[in-house]
Design a protein around this ligand. Structure first.
Ligand SMILES: [Zn+2]
Length: 398
């Protein structure tokens, strides 16, 4: 199929949004368009109030060039990070700055009806606090703990928790949310946030989310790789040995020896009860006998499971996030040691194992970023701004 090069306003917005080019001369240098074509596209974006002039940029003598930025206040994005037992929500502006957030001990196990009832109530409350309403929402991004079919947006089936199989998230939001929807697996929204805002220097990275379960996202060539049905990065069920039965029904998966669930079980066997992954991290910062050893063993097993993916994909970084990662070096060092010791000579060269940077907010920031991407998708923007009365409010999916 021939690649058609778009001359629509969407590609201009993409360059402005990513800060690759924000002035007329930089945009012309990037796009190779005439001044007239660029002026027309900029007018379309300005008329639709999608971009605004940020005034004149730094002068190096003479008249400084005018800069363009996304009109971040032209609406709001809702972001939602659904966890196994804990979920977070945020309202952000159109460039993903968090304005308000909230969280609760509600998650996957409550099922989609309860969790989206809760989220709609909290979003309404937060919108009211901002003096806004559902009509101001332009995009909704949601992270879910399971694969999402990239073409249909449907949560893939089968799921460990059957209530979530085949769920289409936008069906759970009332029709007066006239917004664009974006849904992805929880570790993928973490990967988007960490890749763009945490560690942008690593265009090829394996991103882990270690909490009560183990998630793995793949950033390849600067983009999250989803696989055919959204299931790429299934590290949790790599066979590492042992005789524990896994949630998936098989025996000896990585999840059974290195997840928060496995650490909790091991602590319990040694007479210490914990409830959440945060409890495990708290224990790690005390001088509890044994927790360091259990975390080191878990880290080493994760390092082992990463040997083949690292050889196959040659990432420059393994980024470790999720609650258990907050235990710090006693968990991260064994992952690094195992990898640097046993990975192939080629794949371990220049490979770094580094902690995620964005902490507990990574999920909602990533959810807002995918909503932003869906809202500003270049072909949609090009189509929309060709209309006389173009405005972002016009084009929700509901
Ligand atoms: Zn398994």
């Amino acid at each position: 199929m021939a690649h058609v090069i778009s001359t629509g306003s969407g590609v201009v917005l993409d360059l402005i949004r990513s800060a690759q080019a924000t002035t007329r001369s930089d945009l012309i240098a990037q796009l190779g368009w005439s001044r007239i074509t660029l002026a027309r596209r900029l007018d379309e974006l300005l008329n639709a109030e999608i971009i605004v002039s940020a005034g004149q940029s730094d002068s190096r003598g003479g008249r400084p060039p005018e800069e363009f930025v996304v009109n971040k206040d032209a609406g709001l994005l809702l972001a939602m990070d659904i966890g196994g037992s804990h979920s977070r929500l945020a309202i952000t502006d159109l460039v993903s700055n968090i304005l308000l957030e909230d969280e609760a001990d509600i998650g996957l196990s409550h099922g989609p009806d309860d969790i989206f009832d809760w989220s709609c109530q909290v979003f309404d409350h937060l919108l009211a606090r901002l003096g806004k309403s559902r009509a101001d929402v332009r995009g909704i991004g949601v992270g879910v703990p399971g694969p999402v079919d990239p073409t249909s947006g449907r949560i893939a089936s089968p799921q460990v928790n059957a209530q979530w199989a085949d769920v289409i998230v936008k069906d759970y939001f009332p029709d007066d949310f006239r917004a664009v929807f974006a849904v992805d697996r929880d570790v993928n929204i973490l990967a988007v946030a960490e890749h763009r805002l945490g560690w942008p220097e690593h265009a090829d990275a394996i991103v882990l989310k270690v909490g009560m379960g183990i998630g793995c996202g793949l950033v390849l060539d600067g983009r999250v790789y989803h696989g055919g049905r959204g299931g790429a990065g299934d590290l949790a069920h790599s066979p590492v040995g042992g005789d524990e039965e896994c949630l998936c029904g098989r025996v000896g998966c990585l999840d059974t020896v290195a997840s928060g669930r496995a650490i909790k079980r091991e602590l319990h066997a040694r007479g210490t009860s914990v409830r959440t992954s945060a409890d495990i991290v708290e224990l790690a910062s005390s001088d509890h006998p044994g927790v360091a050893q259990i975390l080191a063993h878990a880290g080493s097993q994760i390092g082992e499971a990463l040997l083949d993916p690292v050889a196959l994909l040659n990432p420059s970084a393994v980024v470790v996030g999720g609650n258990i990662a907050h235990a710090g070096a006693i968990f991260l060092d064994p992952i690094r040691e195992r990898l640097l010791q046993d990975a192939t000579t080629f794949s371990r060269r220049d490979l770094v194992v580094i902690p995620a940077k964005l902490g507990h907010q990574a999920g909602v920031i990533g959810a807002s970023l995918i909503a932003q991407d869906a809202l500003f998708e270049p072909d949609r923007i090009s189509r929309l701004t060709r209309e006389d009365d173009a405005s972002l409010a016009k084009y929700g999916e509901k």
